[in-house]
Structure formats: C-alpha cells, structure tokens
Design a protein around this ligand. Structure first.
Ligand SMILES: NC(=O)c1ccc[n+]([C@@H]2O[C@H](COP(=O)([O-])OP(=O)(O)OC[C@H]3O[C@@H](n4cnc5c(N)ncnc54)[C@H](O)[C@@H]3O)[C@@H](O)[C@H]2O)c1
Length: 314
C-alpha cells in the first residue's frame, strides 16, 4: 500500500497543478493548494467535496500564510509562477518576486525532514550546440527573464538537501486549466482554426512532454524520493526532440488541408534550439509514454468541444 503524505502545492490550480492535484487526491494524499486563481476559479471545483483536499485562495507572497501552510507538510511542490517569457516581460518585478523570492522564502521555512520537488524549464539551456544533447551537466544559458528567474530559483532550492528539481520540456495536452500558449497546444489550435501554420525559424528544435507524464513523474518522485533527492533531472519525451517543421507535419497528418508556410523574415524571440537528453531520469526508472500523436488527437477533440474557452497567460 502506498504511504499517504501531507502535500502542499502552490499554483495548484494551474495547467500542471490542476492535473497533479487531481491524481494526488485520488491516490489519497492530503493535499493543500495555495493559489491566487489568476486565470480561473473552476480548475479544481471537481475536488471541492473531497475530504483530503483543501484550496486556500491567496498569494505565495503572503509570508505569514506561507509559513503557516508549510509547517506540517511532508512535501512542498512550488508550482506558482508567472509562466512564460511574454508574461514575465510584461510584469518583470512581479515575476522576480513570485518566481524567485517566494522560492527563497520556501527554502528558509523548510525543516530538515521536509521534502521539496521543484519544477523548472529546460529553456535554461538556451541555444544548444547543433546536434548535441543537453544533459543536466550542460551549461545553463537562459535567454529570457522567465528562464533567468527559474534558473536562479533552482539554484536556491538545490541548496536544501531534501530537494529534487525537474527541468521540464514544453508540456502539451488537455488540462482543467487549459493553456493554448504552449507550443504544441498553440500549433494545434491555430491549425484547427485557420487551417494554416506560418513557421519562423522552422528548424528550431525542442523537447516536449504530455501533462499526464508530468503528473506521473511527480508521483514517481514522491514514491522514490530518497533515491532521487539532491539532484536535477531533465524530464521530457525522448522520442519528441522535434523541430517546429516536423511538429507541423505531424499535425498535418491529422488536418489534411493544413497549409504550412515558412516566414524567413521573422526571428523566434525565445531562441530555443536544442536536443535534450532524458537519460538520467530514465535510468532511475521513469520514462514518459504519451506521444505527440496522442496529444494532437486529444487536443483536437478538446478544442472542438463546445465547452472549450480560450484562457491564455497574457
Ligand atoms: N507548462 C510548461 O510547459 C512548463 C514547463 C516547464 C516548467 N513549468 C513550470 O511549472 C510550473 C507550473 O506551470 P503551469 O504551466 O502550470 O502554469 P500556470 O500559469 O497554468 O500555473 C501557475 C499557477 O500559479 C498561480 N499563481 C500565480 N501567481 C501566484 C501567486 N502570487 N500566488 C499564488 N498563486 C499564484 C496561477 O494562478 C496559476 O494557477 C511553473 O513553475 C512553471 O515554471 C511549466
């Protein structure tokens, strides 16, 4: 039987959080979420009658509240953030407070026996060397303010011994709090709506992973914490280190009349172009399984549903 823990999740109403919280509650862990509900009030409403779930509406910048909530937890999973480069560029001061200062504060509040699982972006690798895999040992070279706040936050959290950091690939798939600004989700949305994808820097390559696999890697970390701790891990689907053009071609297989156009006059502000190796986490026993094709089919079904409303980060 799996041991049941007290788990505190900030940003638990978000894209990743709402999926993770749902499964942790289902397993029987006692889950407390702190979220200021920036985007939606409903992403956790399906859990409101569950006795092992509590939602606190508030900010991670409220230190008194945070201190109180962290006190009796076995695990802390900080997911609250201003997520993505455009949002951080729009609110730079808030981005630094939420993405970095709140993480430093969490570290200061933690007792030695408590455990933390952090999520950061693999965009910290910036521009990779052509045809080379980025491993956890590769130099971090974040281009955006978002990437910089996350890289610094990881450095801070890893000073705490009982910590794990996951460097996540770009996530895709359906969630209770949907994001259509993420690359796969966005391409499928655009392709479905306008039957046309205009690609700039089509050869730029990055790694992807389904949100259900993200949920699984957190559960894996909770169950195998001592084997994994004090380490950072890339987490992505190893068969999906794809260029934008190959991603677009996969979408075209499902939308036959899709036109793919290349715009050579525009630059990608994100500058992400790299292969990512996920071997370190795979050697520990976790492997992502949901394919890009699964995701495209699921996204098309979701977007076609009459209930779907677009809710972006900016
Ligand atoms: N989605 C991805 O592709 C991806 C990739 C790598 C890393 N991550 C990391 O995973 C985490 C979650 O990302 P997501 O995609 O779920 O984003 P999201 O925007 O859906 O979720 C962030 C959540 O944080 C909450 N929040 C924002 N400011 C807050 C504050 N001051 N106090 C309390 N709550 C606050 C928001 O309401 C939201 O529910 C982030 O830390 C992000 O950096 C995400």
């Amino acid at each position: 039987m799996t041991k049941k823990f007290n788990i505190f999740i900030t940003g638990g109403a978000g894209y990743i959080g709402s999926m993770l919280v749902t499964d942790l509650v289902k397993i029987g862990h006692v889950v407390t979420v702190l979220d200021n509900l920036t985007y939606t009030k409903n992403s956790l409403s399906h859990l409101k009658k569950k006795k092992n779930f509590k939602l606190i509406v508030g900010s991670v910048l409220n230190k008194t509240l945070m201190k109180k909530l962290i006190r009796n937890q076995d695990f802390v999973i900080p997911l609250a953030g201003l997520v993505g480069a455009p949002l951080c560029d729009k609110y730079p001061k808030l981005a630094k407070s939420v993405n970095l200062s709140s993480i430093i504060f969490i570290r200061k509040c933690l007792k030695k026996s408590q455990k933390v699982i952090f999520a950061t972006t693999n965009s910290g690798y910036g521009i990779g060397k052509k045809n080379k895999f980025c491993t956890e040992k590769s130099k971090l070279n974040p281009i955006s303010l978002y990437g910089r706040t996350k890289v610094k936050a990881e450095k801070e959290i890893m000073k705490f011994k009982n910590s794990i950091s996951f460097r996540l690939a770009t996530v895709f798939g359906k969630s209770y709090r949907m994001r259509t600004d993420l690359l796969v989700n966005n391409f499928v949305w655009e392709a479905m709506k306008s039957k046309k994808l205009i690609l700039f820097e089509p050869h730029f390559r990055r790694n992807y992973i389904h949100v259900k696999d993200i949920v699984q890697v957190f559960i894996f970390a909770i169950n195998n914490f001592n084997r994994l701790r004090s380490n950072v891990y890339n987490v992505g689907l190893s068969s999906a280190n794809l260029t934008k053009l190959s991603l677009a071609k996969k979408i075209k297989k499902k939308i036959k009349n899709l036109k793919i156009e290349i715009n050579n006059n525009k630059n990608d502000p994100d500058k992400r172009d790299y292969f990512v190796s996920n071997k370190k986490i795979e050697k520990k026993g976790f492997k992502a399984v949901f394919t890009i094709e699964n995701g495209i089919t699921e996204l098309l079904k979701t977007y076609k549903s009459s209930k779907f409303k677009i809710l972006n980060n900016y």
